[in-house]
Design a protein around this ligand. Structure first.
Ligand code: SDX
Length: 428
């Protein structure tokens, strides 16, 4: 794919001829793999200008608000596909035929139960443990139940791990919630859809029948789709780096859960709702916007800004529509939505936010929808992690299926002391 080259000169002397590689869309890349031999590393903290891999899963054009999974636009997927169809195409490359879909749905359905011993892991947590702490621990522990099926060099074993993780994340997530409120775990049901099953495991109790609201199930399914994958974000890069060492898929996904938890990343939906609750009323929006603009104040508007999207996050557009639909369908009027709409309006008109290209991201509206569905704030990032599991495991599988895959091992610009004389403690 090298059509042209970049010549790197230092003090007028060409030190490297670097191939320029082109993909099917997006920016070309300068292949710097030979640069080490010329005695230099590149320096890019936070990987602002670094392509870490070659991938065919998700394409983002941040300047034009484009997000496509396997070439399918996110708006089409969110409105015309269900989450399991999206899981299938992320894992396999194309939208499934009806037969493929039915087979995939049956496979996932039959993997939704967890080993009975897994339930005991929860007993070690304090009742007020954050559900993300439980998710980190329990997902990592899953590998202990499948040690005979973890050969990452075998595509069928990789795919079975992917199916198990996609199927079991909702069960484990709902168990974390039930444990936190002292209610019994609810087993999955094979007659329910993926989203219905999750809501049923979250909200049903043994004492009475529970009927899942079709509106809630549709909204939940769309939220799953909108969070499914997002190119080489922090948590996906974490999963890839962990996987490059040969770590088992459950350990890699647990690493992704841990990375997503941060408020700058997947933890933003929980932080955004907490912020809206702290603002409390439309009359205080200007006060918080001023705080966000104050360089001496570390406060940021959660749910705003994105490393890649510099005009709008296409997921936020769909999420905004869904937010209004769900609240109308459920007959919910939430003052926080009024605060969110006022905040969005002020921020989008404020020169600071326009200049810094800070727009609502995927996390801005999701929290309001989840709250309307009765999901507690502490579960928001858990739901993000559940959704993103298919993206994480698709990238993990893609990486391991690529020939010549090596362990990830970045270098550094060393700025510490060098060649110091060590004096033993007794003489210091
Ligand atoms: C997700 O990567 C992905 O794809 C992630 C994700 C996915 O699906 O995986 O899309 C999910 O993580 C969405 C982002 C959720 N995070 C938040 O909503 C938290 C609030 N947003 C920020 O923390 C921030 O916008 C980031 C982390 C999202 C992006 O930050 P960047 O691109 O690294 O930019 P930056 O931190 O260098 O900020 C640039 C400027 C700074 O001002 P200056 O130093 O240039 O004067 O913009 C300011 C920042 O202070 N700024 C904000 C702001 N975000 C950036 N100011 C106020 N409020 C904000 N939210």
């Amino acid at each position: 794919m090298a059509d042209s080259k970049a010549s790197l000169s230092i003090d007028g002397k060409v030190i490297a001829e670097l191939p320029i590689l082109s993909g099917t869309a997006g920016q070309d890349v300068i292949d710097i793999r030979t640069l080490g031999g010329a005695g230099y590393f590149t320096y890019d903290p936070g990987f602002l200008a670094t392509a870490s891999c070659e991938s065919a899963i998700t394409y983002i054009d941040g300047g034009n608000g484009v997000l496509q999974h396997r070439g399918y636009p996110i708006a089409s997927l969110a409105k015309e596909a269900d989450f399991l169809e999206v899981c299938y195409l992320l894992l396999n490359g194309n939208a499934p035929t009806k037969a493929e879909y039915d087979d995939f749905k049956s496979i996932i359905t039959k993997h939704t139960m967890v080993h009975e011993k897994l339930a005991h892991f929860f007993q070690g947590f304090l009742p007020d443990a954050h559900p993300m702490a439980m998710l980190c621990g329990v997902v990592g522990a899953l590998s202990s139940f499948y040690h005979s099926d973890l050969d990452i060099d075998k595509p069928d074993q990789r795919m079975r791990s992917a199916h198990r993780l996609i199927a079991k994340m909702p069960t484990i997530a709902a168990m974390a919630y039930k444990y936190s409120i002292g209610q019994p775990f609810v087993y999955p049901r094979n007659d329910l859809t993926y989203a219905e099953n999750f809501l049923h495991m979250m909200f049903s109790v043994p004492a009475e029948e529970y009927n899942v609201s079709p509106v809630a199930a549709r909204a939940m399914d769309r939220i799953f789709t909108l969070h499914a994958d997002h190119e080489q974000n922090a948590s996906t890069s974490t999963v890839r780096l962990a996987g490059s060492s040969g770590a088992n898929p459950y350990a890699c996904i647990a690493a992704g859960v841990a990375s997503l938890w941060g408020p700058a990343h997947g933890g933003a939906n929980e932080a955004c709702l907490n912020m809206l609750e702290e603002i409390g009323d439309v009359s205080r929006v200007d006060e918080f916007v001023a705080k966000a603009k104050d360089k001496s104040d570390p406060f940021r508007l959660m749910g705003f800004g994105h490393r890649v999207y510099k005009n709008f996050d296409p997921r936020a557009t769909v999420m905004r529509e869904t937010c209004h639909e769900v609240l109308a369908d459920l007959g919910v009027t939430d003052p926080l939505l009024d605060v969110a709409m006022a905040l969005e309006k002020v921020a989008l008109e404020d020169p600071y936010f326009i200049e810094k290209k800070l727009y609502p991201n995927v996390d801005f509206y999701s929290g309001i929808i989840l709250k309307a569905l009765g999901i507690p704030t502490s579960m928001f990032t858990v739901i993000f992690a559940m959704s993103r599991t298919v993206g994480w495991i698709s990238h993990w599988d893609e990486m391991l299926s690529q020939p010549g895959q090596k362990i990830g091992r970045p270098r550094q610009l060393y700025t510490g002391e060098i060649d110091r004389e060590f004096t033993p403690l007794k003489d210091r």
